[in-house]
Design a protein around this ligand. Structure first.
Ligand code: NDP
Length: 491
């Protein structure tokens, strides 16, 4: 089965200094269609020498890019957004084939990528410093300067969208980037890098080196000429990257996923909650860092709400991304086994399976929408990020019990409260340990809103104006006003 209208190349090269070039070692690895399990093209394996070249090119380009007038930088970055818009259908088809997600979700990711470039373009000429009132003898002010070379390691769940999320703010701040996408899903990143060149960004400002994390990725994050690192992925890999970065004292921005609680009180609109929660856990087959993967329901409405959620889940159609189903496959065979192992552990540890739990009899990496209830905090499905279409449901009686359950994990990315009691909603937004708290909604349009984790969910913020802080460092300039001529003889 093929996506309509896309002729994939046999091989995809690295994108360095505005050109596609073969990897130094001449090696390529297959890209697999998650809906069939079959390879459909292959992608270059970048070597440490390729990383070296990309970083060196980026360093030279960064020195010139920072001096391009801010308004012009903004214009060029905006132009990337326009080109994404004019290539939107093609980009969505590539993403859907490569990653597996339903076409309409891929379209939404591409629209989000366009929006990042447009949003940050407008900030390019507003990155102002401050004047500091240091007294009559000193003029003191700050300027915000780019770091230089931004290394970005991106994951496979929203490849093109997360490229835009990190690259657009890095560029408007005056940095050059070297991006290492996840090997399973590199194609949209390569297309976007090509569009950056087409938009007129100087060669070398955006570079992409594909390849595995433990070789290509490691060579990038440990490179001594990288000035700042942005990573999205697992806690384990984030910790490993932090240790590498410590060697060169390189700052890191880490977005490391979540185990996000949605708390439902009896006064909530249960039909609306069921819609929000099914979207929040089954979008992109649950491979979403901000998915609502833990549902905490007041015992008095548990059965009523779960009836609604199970009914929706059982209506989902499952299929390859191009057919635009409700649920596509998981991204890879390895991840398929990981998610199935979590489902097995839920069964073995005593959770009640309400629906799903199986892999449909068909090729590819499909897993049914799955709902467990009677989950307790000691279970693995209560604590660990599954990153699949698996909802873990808990019952609670008292508000305090819900808060303790919600905060009782190592993660703290997002959380949600469903209630019509305003005072309760405010109380919970204060007590929930998460970088984002939703009230009577989930996801939403978030380009402008800062996003990042409490606790082990990460360091720093993506999205919104706060993301720019990851790509700018502050320089303080102090000018003494004491006039030395005052002390000269005869002055
Ligand atoms: P990883 O965190 O291992 O991978 C994310 C990216 O980092 C990939 O491009 C990976 O390449 C790369 N990488 C791995 N090791 C290194 C390294 N030492 N230096 C630099 N880059 C490296 O996630 P996985 O793909 O293994 O998925 C495992 C789990 O991580 C998922 O089940 C999910 O729970 C979580 N995850 C969270 C995401 C989020 O949005 N927060 C996104 C993706 C995963 P490679 O694949 O070749 O190892």
């Amino acid at each position: 089965m093929n996506h309509p209208d896309i002729d994939f190349e046999d091989e995809y090269d690295l994108h360095i200094e505005g050109e596609f070039i073969s990897p130094e070692g001449g090696e390529y690895q297959p890209a697999v269609d998650p809906a069939t399990g079959g390879p459909f093209t292959s992608v270059a394996v970048g070597t440490p020498a390729d990383i070296d070249r990309a970083v060196s090119v980026a360093r030279t380009a960064a020195a010139q890019w920072r001096d391009v007038p801010a308004a012009e930088r903004g214009r060029l970055v905006h132009r990337v957004g326009e080109l994404i818009d004019s290539h939107a259908e093609e980009l969505a088809a590539i993403e859907s084939k490569d990653q597996g997600k339903p076409l309409s979700q891929a379209r939404s990711d591409v629209a989000g990528a366009q929006r990042y470039f447009e949003y940050y373009a407008g900030a390019a000429d507003k990155l102002e410093g401050r004047s500091v009132p240091a007294g009559p003898d000193q003029v003191d002010f700050t300027v915000r300067e780019p770091y230089g070379v931004s290394a970005q390691v991106t994951p496979w769940n929203f490849p093109g969208n997360l490229f835009a999320r990190g690259v657009a703010p890095a560029l408007v701040a005056g940095n050059a980037v070297v991006v290492k996408p996840a090997p399973q899903t590199a194609l949209s990143t390569l297309s976007l890098a090509e569009l950056c060149t087409e938009a007129g960004l100087p060669d070398g400002v955006v570079n992409v080196v594909t390849g595995p994390g433990d070789s290509t990725g490691e060579a990038l994050v440990s490179h001594p000429d990288v000035d700042t690192i942005t990573f999205t992925g697992s806690v384990d890999t984030g910790q490993r990257i932090m240790k590498e970065a410590a060697e060169t004292v390189t700052p890191v921005t880490l977005e490391l996923g979540g185990k996000n609680p949605a708390i439902v009180f009896p006064d909530a609109d249960l039909d609306a909650v069921a819609d929000h929660i099914t979207t929040a856990i089954f979008t992109n087959a649950g491979q979403v860092c901000s998915a609502a993967d833990r549902l905490l329901v007041h015992e008095t409405v548990h059965d009523e709400l779960l009836d609604r959620i199970v009914a929706i889940a059982e209506r989902y159609d499952i299929g390859p991304g191009w057919s635009d189903p409700d649920l596509g496959p998981l991204v890879s065979e390895a991840h398929f086994h990981r998610v199935r192992e979590y489902i097995e552990s839920g069964r073995n540890e005593g959770a009640t399976l309400l629906t799903g739990g199986e892999a449909p009899e068909r090729p590819g990496y499909f897993v049914e929408p799955t709902v467990f209830t009677d989950v307790t905090p000691a279970m693995r499905i209560a604590q660990e990020e599954i990153f699949g279409p698996v909802l873990s449901v808990f019952r609670f009686t008292e508000e305090q019990e819900a808060i303790e359950l919600a905060n009782g994990v190592d993660y703290g990315l997002t959380a949600g409260v469903f209630t019509n009691n305003l005072a309760r909603a405010h109380r919970l937004t204060r007590t929930l340990e998460a970088g984002t708290v939703y009230v009577n909604t989930w996801f939403g349009d978030t380009t402008q809103t800062p996003f990042g984790g409490y606790k082990q969910s990460g360091i720093g913020r993506e999205k919104g104006l706060e993301a720019l802080d990851s790509y700018l460092q502050t320089k303080n300039i102090a000018i003494g006003l004491e006039d030395e001529t005052d002390s000269l003889p005869g002055a």
